[in-house]
Design a protein around this ligand. Structure first.
Ligand code: ZN
Ligand code: ZN
Length: 350
């Protein structure tokens, strides 16, 4: 089968690879329908390795070249262990978190921060291929009425839902969202669902700013021309937002986030970055502000699918392109140009 594999920075190749073996205990093989290209995948391509390990992964032993792709839907092709409610042929979305199952965090339901954890498509061969091996624990049946395309968007939406759950947003809260890329838009959708009354968005790219406004942002600011901190302060009655979500991973925005949130408010950092931020402690301690990290999701993908199935969440605006896997490299380059939010690759079209 053909798979889109990461060989190194700037080096993605459509390779001929063997099909995965029959699944072992605790594993399943999924026949892939659609797989989204994540910002993480793009960053591995343009500036990696970031999350990909060049030495054997502690849980899987995998080393590059590695097939990317961790946001996907498909049908169960083979099961290595029985799973209640799931059989061969069941339509599924997949929680791609790999977990050891025995560490302190796995035992407390925090499998997404497993001491040895990783993701399918970064720490094991991923879903930019017709077949992919996944942990059975990650199989999530897709409700009738949710298409395979939309089911493939459940993973990035779960990132937004998780970040907003971490933020503890209450109905009527005000929020500032930094960045309206794919994760930012997922956060925006989750803020609306949580009942946020005011959703302020800072986004310099005009297309993204326009989309955020269309999707229900109260105000959208261009940080190149607006003092976002001051504007939001004034528009929240000189209080500041209850919550700030940083969805870009740019370390230089952390200080803006902390200095903008109201006294006693919460800052959630949802962008992944290897950079360092400097934080004046006088902006945290005397104001009792809380700064939290948010990584991926745990148990959020089934919630997202239920929200889509009950028409409370429409993920369609996230989707801006669908390409056959054979054009995957072009799709990566197009995503890098910034015009898209989410591109899906379909391995069945050749
Ligand atoms: Zn992702
Ligand atoms: Zn673990």
């Amino acid at each position: 089968m053909r798979a889109l594999r990461w060989h190194g920075r700037g080096d993605l190749r459509l390779d001929e690879v063997p099909e995965p073996p029959a699944p072992g205990p605790g594993e399943a093989v999924v026949a892939v329908s659609y797989t989204g290209i994540c910002g993480t995948d793009l960053h591995e391509y343009t500036s990696g390795p970031n999350l990909i390990r060049t030495t054997p992964h502690p849980l899987t032993g995998a080393t590059p070249p590695i097939t990317l792709g961790h946001e996907f839907s498909g049908r169960v092709a083979a099961l290595g262990s029985p799973v209640p409610g799931i059989e061969v042929g069941t339509r599924v979305a997949v929680d791609p978190c790999l977990r050891c199952g025995t560490c302190r965090w796995c035992r407390h339901g925090e499998y997404h921060i497993c001491a040895k954890g990783g993701s399918v498509g970064l720490a094991s061969p991923g879903a930019f291929a017709p077949l992919v091996t996944v942990p059975v624990a990650g199989l999530v049946p897709v409700p009738d009425g949710v298409t395979d395309e939309l089911a493939a968007l459940a993973e990035p939406l779960a990132v937004g839902l998780h970040a907003v759950r971490r933020a503890g947003v209450q109905p009527g809260d005000t929020a500032l969202l930094l960045g309206a890329g794919p994760i930012g838009i997922a956060v925006l959708m989750a803020l609306k669902l949580a009942g946020a009354a005011g959703i302020h968005v800072s986004e310099p790219v005009p297309d993204r700013a326009k989309r955020a406004a269309e999707l229900g942002a109260t105000e959208v600011y261009d940080p190149a021309v607006t003092d976002v901190r001051r504007e939001v302060f004034l528009r929240t009655g000189r209080i500041g937002p209850d919550v700030v979500v940083e969805a870009t991973g740019r370390p230089e925005l952390v200080e803006l986030a902390v200095s903008t949130v109201r006294r006693g408010g919460r800052v959630v950092l949802a962008g992944i970055s290897g950079g360092a931020a400097s934080l004046p402690l006088k902006q945290i301690v005397p104001f009792e502000r809380t700064v939290l990290g948010s990584l991926g999701y745990n148990f959020d993908i089934p919630r997202v699918l239920d929200l889509i199935a009950t028409a409370r969440l429409d993920p369609a605006p996230l989707l801006t392109g669908v390409y056959p896997l054979a054009q995957g490299l072009d799709a990566f380059r197009e995503l890098g140009s910034g015009a898209h939010l989410k591109i899906l690759l379909n391995p069945e079209e050749r």
